[in-house]
Design a protein around this ligand. Sequence first.
Ligand code: ARG
Length: 458
Amino acid sequence: MSDALWGGRFEASMDALVEKFNQSIDVDQTLFYEDIEGSIAHVTMLGDCNILSHDETKQIKEGLESLKLDHQNNALTFSSKYEDIHLNIEHLLTEKIGSVAGKLHTGRSRNDQVATDMHLYTVKKVKLMIEAITKLQNSIIHIAEDNIEVIIPGYTHLQRAQPILLSHHLMSYFWMLQRDKERLEESLSRINVSPLGSGALAGTTYPINQQQTAERLNFDHIYPNSIDAVSDRDYILETMNNINLIMMHLSRLSEEIIIWCSHEFNFITLSDAYSTGSSIMPQKKNPDMAELVRGKSGTVAGNYIGMLMTLKSLPLAYNKDLQEDKKSFFDSIETCLDSLTIYSGMIDTMQINKDTISKTLEQDFSNATELADYLVSFGIPFREAHAITGKLVAECIKENIYLKDVSLERYKAIHPEINDEIYIILAPKSAVERRTNYNGTSTQSVLAQIEQGKSKLN
Ligand code: ARG
């Protein structure tokens, strides 16, 4: 007979490479605490339902608690010989309390066990991601408030478009993250569901109390269908896609940070704590964290597709393919949590180079729309005003001057009623402050927006 825990019908033991290939302990030891909590809930219920005696229940519970302590003291060794976290724990429990440990698995299968662990793990991590997003949103609010007076050129096609408040620009990431957070919050109703008691797939003949285990593990409800309960990995895929969106948003922000840090832009300077140097070029200070986040957004997208491919053709119910649901999922979760945390530190510590930014605004045509709109105020149709302004911009480029350098005489030639006021209109500050609509870039609108943002954080 094989000496595996499931070895009853086996005559020979496992081939060495098969053992290595089959094991998942390398990865699923991450689920140690979830597995212990699930087992404590299960065995408590078995005792309360008189499926196990009071004494057996007590021994098993104490054994599990003591394994938890051993784990905290780094005193446990897992082995690929016992395949996965579930069988490793059962083996360690047997070593500790003897053969009564074998009663823990009464009315349970590894299929509902691993599903329970994964649900507990996902709930925990989703809540941590929600917290990490909130922290980053706070960092954005702070930098937006502290720099409310800073005007930057807004871009479309990475070409200077119109002046905007830096705070307005940064707050757009606040709202992306707000949507990400809401998606995570809404997903909890689908994640926080108990599969425990579903057995291998068909349920169980023991008189168990699934409400009790679900309540003890803080699940909101129980899967109505035991087959679905052990096969469902939608919530993993959904979480991975929610991570995709978070990482995609951080990747877009990364791209801007990287550009803003360049010598050519020099809009911001990152703190040394969030930068790295070069092994050959002594002058270098690189925005590696932003680049890594941008790079890792690709990795998590790949993880998502990998998971989708693993799931797409699986027949019901449990198949060993499902063991592949962990490595890339855990990786995506940790990447996302780290990225969010690094980003809030990076934003808290970055310096805004206000002088460079204000100088650069004097040397562009991002006020051209202001001129066109001004001409409209004299009754000139917008299309015509657009063409007149475009022509003037082309002339300025040839003469190497900007719209603010054009003489009043020359403006009067366009329309006689144009007066000195034109130079105020052309100033970036007026361009910003005149956009007082609900979601516009004026200081007044952006401050209201920031207040609205804060109300989301309470
Ligand atoms: N290690 C397995 C997994 O992660 C546990 C479930 C195994 N179930 C089974 N019938 N082989 O999916």
